[in-house]
Design a protein around this ligand. Structure first.
Ligand code: ZN
Length: 170
């Protein structure tokens, strides 16, 4: 496993569309295991492949989001597709590509996803609360959509300024 660099907004690579995975080969297995190491190292709850600069339709999530523990296998979603959503929730949302930014984003409270697992089998899963939020947030990454698209214009300007200041300091 290897730690990969997180792509930080406004890097244009975050806007590129990810490509579906056809076979789970060595390259994909390495990518997923690197993503796991990178997510946990950065204390993220979810990570899309595009955030480490790999434009493949894959995201992972911390099993804690599904009521498990850190010792459980990382949740892996390949070629995810949102099937259904219902309800409402508002909560603060963050993203490893927007370090230090947490903004309230309204989301459905219950979301059903279909995806392929590392075993190549397709599965469906319904997530509530924070897991529902992660399903939507991470699937949007694969389409080049970002947290900043979910907030108003003023908040978006604030986020851009804050990240620019942080980048200038480096
Ligand atoms: Zn994100």
């Amino acid at each position: 496993m290897a730690l990969r660099d997180i792509v930080i907004f406004p890097d244009p690579r975050l806007r590129e569309i990810s490509q579906p995975v056809e076979t789970i080969d060595e390259e994909i297995r390495t990518l997923v295991s690197d993503m796991q190491e990178t997510m946990y190292y950065n204390e993220g709850a979810g990570l899309a492949a595009v955030q480490v600069g790999a434009h493949r339709c894959i995201f992972i999530a911390d099993p804690v989001l599904a009521g498990g523990t850190r010792e459980d296998p990382t949740l892996v979603y390949i070629n995810p597709e949102i099937l259904d959503s219902e309800g409402d929730q508002v909560g603060d949302e963050g993203c490893l590509s927007f370090p230090g930014i947490f903004v309230p984003v309204p989301r459905p409270s219950k979301v059903t996803i279909r995806a392929m697992g590392m075993d190549g089998e397709t599965f469906e899963q319904t997530g509530e609360g924070i897991l529902a939020r992660a399903f939507l947030h991470e699937t949007e990454h694969l389409n080049g959509q970002l947290l900043i698209d979910k907030v108003g214009r003023l908040k978006a300007q604030f986020i851009k300024r804050k990240l620019k200041r942080a980048a200038d300091k480096k």
